[in-house]
Design a protein around this ligand. Structure first.
Ligand SMILES: [Zn+2]
Ligand SMILES: [Zn+2]
Length: 346
């Protein structure tokens, strides 16, 4: 049996990546399709991708695959060929990240999970085989002019807050699993309308569209490739973007500007702002919106309390963190309910 995991230290792997001469492309893709033996699928995939020097994070489940990977540019075609040789992945959309140095991953991790997107659905009769209809940017814009259309944002509050489609309805929960039944409930009065669902890259709204159909809705659409694809399609085709503001993404930039509109407010002073940041206090790291002025005033922290901790010597900060239960910032407890900690999921 071939070695299916790395035996070299993380530090060394990172070092090797940085010494690599060849450029890498960062690619993401997902596909819902039945995988009867995810473990076997995982092992085969690992061997093939490892041979192509692919790094990244991939989830495999009985419902499909979700991948964020990087590949040396010269191996891109071989990778594409290999993926397309797997029947259900033939022609799968490979999203290539722009503005990316390809250095985000330095190992290949493929994990078997129960679901590629946790959904909390316990109904065994639910299947991803019946999904809503895809819409592209042009079709999206056209449907949006129809009064009989309802648009639903399937992302979290902090994502909606800085950018969303005009007239999009927010499903007020911070977890996708809670949003699914809420969306069904909230859309009951609109059963005969066109319901368009969207999310960042398409993986969440695709599942949501299947769930709506499963719950008796008929005219369900979902935005192909999500906001990322919409923004690039609209730009290329010269369409007016009906998505305003920023598209929140989980990378160092914490968001890609789609239009110049600033639709959110600084959580500290209330002035127009849409820059997310993580509180600089290591015991907190709260994700919140902060304007440039407040960033100066608070040293990038979310409260005066966090700022005072942040300005202590490192040793003293460590002492304070020791007393804090994992994941909870004592100075910020009051903020907890309303705002969300940085999570590295898509
Ligand atoms: Zn401010
Ligand atoms: Zn804080």
């Amino acid at each position: 049996m071939a070695v299916l995991h790395n035996r070299v230290s993380q530090a060394e792997l990172k070092q090797r990546l940085y010494e690599e001469k060849e450029k890498r492309s960062t690619i993401s893709f997902y596909q819902y399709f039945p995988i009867s033996d995810p473990k076997q699928f995982r092992d085969d995939l690992y061997k093939a991708l490892n041979a192509l020097k692919v790094f990244g994070r991939i989830y495999v489940a009985q419902e499909g695959i979700n991948a964020q990977i990087s590949v040396p540019e010269t191996n891109f075609e071989a990778l594409q060929q290999y993926l397309y040789s797997i029947e259900p992945l033939n022609g799968v959309r490979l999203n290539i990240a722009v503005d990316d140095d390809g250095k985000s991953f330095w190992v290949l991790k493929i994990k078997v999970r129960e679901k590629i997107v946790a959904d909390g659905i316990n109904d065994p009769s639910f299947s991803m085989e019946k999904k809503g209809k895809y819409v592209n940017a042009e079709q999206m814009n056209r449907l949006l002019t129809d009064n009989n259309t309802v648009v639903i944002d399937m992302r979290n509050h902090y994502e909606y807050e800085v950018g969303h489609f005009v007239k999009a309805i927010e499903i007020p929960s911070d977890t996708f699993r809670e949003q699914l039944p809420m969306a069904v409930e909230m859309m009951q009065p609109h059963k005969d309308k066109n319901i368009i669902m969207y999310c960042t890259g398409g993986i969440r709204c695709e599942k949501a569209s299947a769930y709506m159909l499963h719950n008796g809705f008929n005219n369900v659409f979902h935005l192909e490739g999500g906001i990322i694809n919409y923004a690039s399609q609209a730009k290329q085709a010269g369409l007016e973007s009906q998505f305003i503001g920023k598209n929140f993404v989980f990378d160092d930039r914490l968001g890609e500007r789609v239009t110049e509109d600033i639709i959110a407010k600084c959580h500290q002073c209330g002035k127009p702002a849409d820059t997310h940041t993580n509180c600089k206090n290591d015991g907190c790291h709260l994700l919140f919106i902060q304007c440039a002025e407040c960033a100066k005033t608070y040293d990038g922290c979310c409260t005066l309390a966090c700022q005072s901790v942040y300005n202590l010597p490192p040793e003293a900060q460590k002492e304070i963190r020791k007393g804090i239960e994992e994941g909870i910032c004592i100075p910020c407890l009051v903020w907890r309910d309303a705002r969300v900690r940085h999570r590295s999921s898509s």
